[in-house]
Design a binder for this molecule. Structure first.
Ligand code: ZN
Length: 256
């Protein structure tokens, strides 16, 4: 294979890895945000439980006050009893006392309900605190794993970028532009191997005279796939790393 094609192939190899690394790095912010969202949701559950408990506490204070106020009213009514002259007025006052006592009973019922519910709030808060602690522990481990993954990907990215600069330095600028234009169209894959006289990227058959010329030793012409426009290269089956014994015969198509 021509030395320049080898360089371009090296470049393509680096670019494909760069793309993968870039894609890996791009997933990091969302992974971190997801982990943080988990912790935030556990924290919100605890905050809600505490807010519910506080609201219940305020309700309780109000019901306690209600009970006190109705009791006070009953005491006043009873004080007035001595001054009552008529049977009618007495009955009316008794009726008021009865109403007030009903209100006391209702407020006391509500108070009791709140006290029972208060124990539920306590339990809910304890559970939410426990859950928050667990989630925070998990998230801490998660975040640390993600940060490690990020650092590793950034290191690889820096190495590949340096590698690319090294490879690019050996490629003429016009050829590099040409490569970049094709690579952009094909997700960093600007070169395609010819296998079984076909473009391995799109499957298009390579014209026989082109294939002959590609195989000619010392040829410096560059060929492109007529369909996908990728730069074609050809490795004699006997030079392929995966070539099997029978592939040494030129007559055998390489099926490995
Ligand atoms: Zn093609």
């Amino acid at each position: 294979m021509q030395i320049i094609l080898q360089r371009l192939l090296e470049l393509q190899n680096v670019d494909v890895q760069l793309n993968e690394t870039r894609a890996r790095l791009a997933t990091i912010p969302k992974k971190l945000a997801d982990a943080d969202a988990r912790a935030a949701s556990a924290k919100a559950e605890l905050d809600q439980s505490k807010a519910a408990q506080l609201a219940a506490f305020k309700d309780r204070k109000k019901y306690e006050l209600d009970v006190e106020q109705w009791k006070e009213r009953v005491r006043k009514y009873r004080d007035q009893t001595s001054q009552i002259k008529t049977n009618e007025a007495y009955k009316a006052l008794q009726h008021e006392v009865q109403l007030a006592e009903d209100e006391i009973a209702k407020a006391e019922d509500r108070l009791l309900e709140q006290m029972v519910a208060g124990e539920d709030y306590d339990r809910r808060i304890k559970a939410a605190e426990k859950s928050l602690k667990e989630v925070e522990d998990v998230v801490r481990v998660q975040r640390s794993k993600i940060e490690t993954e990020k650092a590793a990907a950034e290191k690889v990215f820096a190495e590949l970028t340096a590698e690319r600069a090294r490879v690019v330095a050996e490629i003429p600028e016009n050829l590099l532009d040409h490569y970049d234009r094709i690579a952009r169209k094909h997700n960093s894959v600007a070169l395609a191997e010819v296998r079984d006289e076909k473009c391995s990227a799109c499957g298009m058959r390579v014209r026989p005279h082109v294939f002959q010329e590609m195989r000619r030793l010392g040829s410096d012409e560059m060929f492109h796939c007529e369909t996908c426009t990728r730069i074609l290269y050809y490795i004699e089956p006997s030079f392929r790393p995966s070539a099997s014994a029978e592939a040494h015969s030129d007559a055998q198509p390489n099926e490995s």
